[in-house]
Design a binder for this molecule. Structure first.
Ligand code: GDP
Length: 446
């Protein structure tokens, strides 16, 4: 994901500032300019960039007591992190479906944004979480839309409703939702059309379907590759459909993502899910802090934990350790092992610190999978005492690293990489614990 470039550039700008000998004022100006340029080039709308820049400047001036450059660097990183989080954090909770009732979810968005794909992803997501799910195809405008939904649904083993002969989308939506409600389906997802001869017709149709099915939640599917246009799209749809959350698609590709960030800020509507590939499993939940942490390349331990937790796997000890601010090699082994069982790898790779997500973009899923398996071999070659440790034991006795590398058929560098990742995550566990206690601080930042 190109978003990672933004993180790299922001970190580099802050790094340049703290290592340069330029006077504070001119150094700060140069840094702010570089950060602003990076944001603009990532398609963040200029209004937000100006606001962010002024806010960073103001906070820096207010907190001028941070004496050393090193302290300033930490302060700036924290301010940038907080400001970016504020931009995508609308404080609104995305809709949470309830069990034993019919939750109707309507999808809207322009054609090609990834609506039909995302409907199926969401259906599978809820089905895995033990909801009874049905899909309704109310897109009669695009030839082949019903076939596409039917194929996706059949492959995923999900009930569907649609028609080859009826061409009134409002009627199909109403009948489909009625049928699934009668059969006590808990999640009913309605896919709508994304294009019409006239834009107004599309919006009128959306409102008619809305009236017919009274959705509990409307989700706008937004293409992250849309750049600056995303904000305008989102605003237009907001007026017509008042969607309650956003499904952001194609973040795996060349998306710069800034347009979507601006869309969230402009409509004050939260992103609920992210599409990170064409496969039905490439869906991730969105939380502002994790998203920005990932954006700035500092890993996403919380996301990893939540993901594994949602899959109902055994990880009680790890959760206990984590809540106490600990993360041992054993915990690392359990987490990776669990997620490997459930796949897809693309999800875990992006959550790991140390550039795993970037690695996967470079070498592909198969190669990343091989490398992650080697990480597991490495941990399999550790003794119980080593696994239960926080990793310091290896720094104290480096010969252990050589033994583990030999035993696992890997290299010293690879063992060191595992230790580095575990250490980074342990630091995050520590700072998350601190944050929960209200101490502030940014996870994983040096
Ligand atoms: P619709 O017209 O809005 O229903 O869009 P489709 O669901 O037909 O998707 C349009 C194209 O985008 C298809 O080729 C999908 O495979 C692709 N697509 C959808 N979501 C994603 C995603 O998260 N990542 C990638 N790379 N492609 C996606």
């Amino acid at each position: 994901m190109v978003l990672a470039d933004l993180g790299r550039r922001i970190n580099a700008a802050v790094g340049d500032f703290s290592s340069s000998s330029a006077a504070d004022d001119s150094g700060i100006e140069a840094m702010l300019k570089e950060i602003s340029n990076a944001l603009l080039e990532s398609d963040v709308h200029f209004q937000h960039v100006i606001k962010l820049r002024n806010s960073i400047k103001k906070q820096l001036a207010e907190q001028a007591d941070a004496s050393s450059r090193a302290n300033k660097r930490k302060l700036i990183q924290k301010i940038v992190y907080d400001e970016l989080v504020a931009l995508v954090d609308t404080q609104a909770e995305p809709y949470k479906p309830k069990k034993n009732k019919s939750n109707v979810i309507m999808f809207v968005g322009t054609q090609g944004a990834g609506k039909t794909t995302s409907c199926t992803k969401l259906a599978v997501y809820y089905q895995r979480r033990k909801f009874k799910v049905g899909l309704v195809c109310a897109d009669t405008f695009r030839a082949g839309a019903f076939d596409q939904l039917k194929q996706n649904a059949t492959k995923a083993g999900i009930a569907f409703y649609g028609s080859y002969t009826e061409n009134d989308p409002v009627k199909i939506a109403r009948l489909g939702v009625e049928k699934f409600k009668e059969a006590k389906y808990e999640i009913i997802i309605v896919d709508t059309s994304g294009r019409h001869k006239q834009a107004e017709e599309l919006f009128v149709e959306m409102q008619e379907i809305d009236d017919a099915v009274s959705p509990d939640q409307t989700i706008l599917v937004l293409d992250a590759t849309n750049g600056q246009k995303a904000q305008d799209h989102a605003k237009a749809f907001k007026e017509a459909s008042n969607f309650g959350s956003i499904f952001l698609t194609k973040l795996d590709g060349a998306a710069k993502g800034g347009g979507a960030v601006s869309a969230v800020a402009a409509t004050q509507t939260p992103i609920a899910f992210i599409g990170s590939g064409e496969h039905v499993q490439n869906i991730e939940t969105f939380t502002p802090k994790q998203f920005i942490a990932k954006l700035l390349g500092i890993g996403d331990i919380q996301g990893l934990m939540e993901h594994v937790q949602s899959l109902d796997l055994d990880q009680k000890d790890t959760m206990k350790n984590f809540s106490e601010g600990k993360f041992t090699l054993n915990d690392f082994q359990t987490q990776i092992g669990n997620v490997m069982k459930m796949g897809p790898l693309s999800q875990i790779a992006n959550m790991l610190p140390g550039g795993m997500g970037q690695l996967m973009n470079q070498v592909g899923e198969d190669e990343t999978s091989k490398r992650i398996k080697r990480m597991l071999y490495i941990m399999d070659s550790m003794t119980k005492q080593e696994l239960a440790s926080d990793g310091k034991i290896f720094t104290e006795e480096p010969s252990r690293i050589i033994r583990v590398a030999r035993g696992s058929g890997t290299s010293v560098t690879e063992v060191e990489m595992v230790l580095f990742q575990q250490r980074t995550m342990a630091r995050m566990a520590q700072s998350t614990k601190g944050m929960m206690g209200g101490a502030g601080g940014m996870p994983g930042m040096p």
